[in-house]
Design a protein. Structure first.
Length: 435
């Protein structure tokens, strides 16, 4: 067995056998679901107390329309009691709602005073109720007008009260001419999920390469290793071995997610369960969501994810290893790593903002630049983009990481045996010319 394969095997096995790797790999899918859904569920809960809101309505029109809920109780008081109510604000009263004039004539004649910031839900209840009443007032004015047919006003009123919602179905035509149901929201969620994953993987395993290089250099183990292995092979073996750890973790996550998704699909396919779910989730089109999820070419998406992960990982891992080999401690890496970390963060934010416009200039150009393309391109792929863009992005990415890897290897072979002084960028450039 060659020395390179031994290094790869060592880097791979020492990490996948760790208990932390096994536990994190098995629990991460469930942890990600919990981190996504638990805060959403907790946000729907309240502290169990009812917040009292005093209502001072100088017009007497709007206050009776405000209905109390499980969270907010509206109490109508006179203007003469306003001063007394203000003294109770923050104690017995949560807020004071004051309406000083006819809102049909003066829409800004309403205010909500509270000691704490008023929650959005309370503002929504008040605004919705008042807006509906103002609309009704304007319709009444039209009814009383001699120039408008009263029957037409009745029809307009019924149309407004009906509030018939329109649900737009979005379809995508494939290359073979077949049409499948799709969802922009689902594509956005999947794109962001894969973007977060690739961002996390590149940062996590790139840092792992850096830590491995620093650890061996500080312990002087590398001096023994380079006596029998070329520094370039040592660098390649380290990057490949740790990269295989990431791919192993990814494969396990894909397998676990597929099993979970298959279980959900079978659950929904059961007619009795589907009826029960539809009654509990009446606000969601479960069947439409499932159709949209199934319309995505998951095999293609996973293949592209692996390709862009490999390209992005090797590119950044080479940079991490290059800088780590030139210093003696983690503290000294900050000078070099800060610009690289900022570049990765820029790629993440570029991907985040590209969700709303996956074909815009920001999304297009950052998906071609090799330092940002692995992260941004994963946002765009679920929306369906031309194959030539993906191919061009991959060619540029892999060409760049080959050049960076060669450049990093030349610095690594010199820096890994250097101790004491932290080199400048100019000195590191000289190392590249060494033979």
């Amino acid at each position: 067995m060659s020395s390179l394969s031994l290094i790869i095997q060592r880097e791979y096995l020492t990490r996948v056998r760790k208990k932390s790797f096994i536990i994190l790999t098995l629990l991460m899918p469930f942890l990600m679901v919990a981190l996504s859904l638990v805060p959403l569920w907790l946000s729907t809960l309240n502290d169990g107390s009812v917040k009292n809101v005093a209502v001072i309505d100088n017009t007497g029109i709007y206050a009776p329309l405000l209905e109390s809920t499980d969270q907010f109780e509206f109490q109508i008081i006179d203007e003469a009691d306003q001063q007394e109510s203000e003294s109770k604000l923050g104690k017995d009263l949560f807020a004071i709602l004051q309406i000083t004039n006819d809102l049909n004539k003066d829409p800004r004649a309403v205010s909500l005073t509270s000691e704490k910031q008023a929650p959005i839900e309370l503002q929504s209840v008040i605004e919705r109720t008042l807006n509906e009443k103002v609309t009704e007032q304007r319709l009444d004015e039209l009814t009383q007008s001699s120039n408008v047919d009263s029957e037409a006003i009745v029809q307009v009123r019924s149309i407004i009260e009906d509030k018939s919602g329109i649900t737009l179905r979005t379809l995508r035509m494939g290359d073979d001419g077949s049409v499948k149901e799709s969802s922009t929201e689902i594509a956005s969620i999947i794109g962001m999920l894969f973007t977060i994953l690739i961002y996390m993987f590149i940062l996590l395993y790139g840092n792992m390469v850096m830590q491995a290089v620093l650890e061996e250099k500080k312990s002087r183990v590398v001096e023994v290793m380079v006596s029998s292995v070329k520094p370039v092979n040592l660098l390649i073996g380290k990057i490949v071995g740790i990269g295989l750890v990431g791919l192993t973790q990814l494969a396990i996550w894909i397998l676990m997610t597929s099993v979970l998704f298959a279980g959900v699909s079978l659950f929904i396919a059961n007619p009795e369960q589907a009826v029960a779910m539809s009654s509990e989730m009446s606000d969601f089109n479960v069947e439409g969501i499932m159709n949209s999820v199934m319309s995505i070419n998951w095999l293609q998406l996973i293949v592209y994810f692996v390709l862009f992960f490999i390209g992005g990982y090797v590119l950044y891992a080479s940079i991490f290893a290059m800088f780590a080999s030139a210093v003696d401690s983690e503290e000294d890496t900050s000078q070099y790593m800060t610009p690289v970390t900022l570049l990765i963060m820029f790629a993440f934010f570029a991907g985040f903002y590209s969700v709303s416009n996956p074909d815009g200039p920001l999304a297009f150009w950052t998906s071609l630049i090799p330092f940002t393309s692995p992260i941004v391109m994963m946002v765009r792929i679920p929306f369906g983009i031309p194959f030539w863009e993906i191919l061009l992005s991959l060619v540029v990415l892999y060409g760049t990481f080959l050049l960076i890897s060669i450049f990093a290897a030349k610095i690594y072979r010199v820096g890994i045996l250097m101790y004491g002084k932290k080199p400048s960028f100019r000195e590191m450039m000289k190392w590249v010319t060494y033979k």
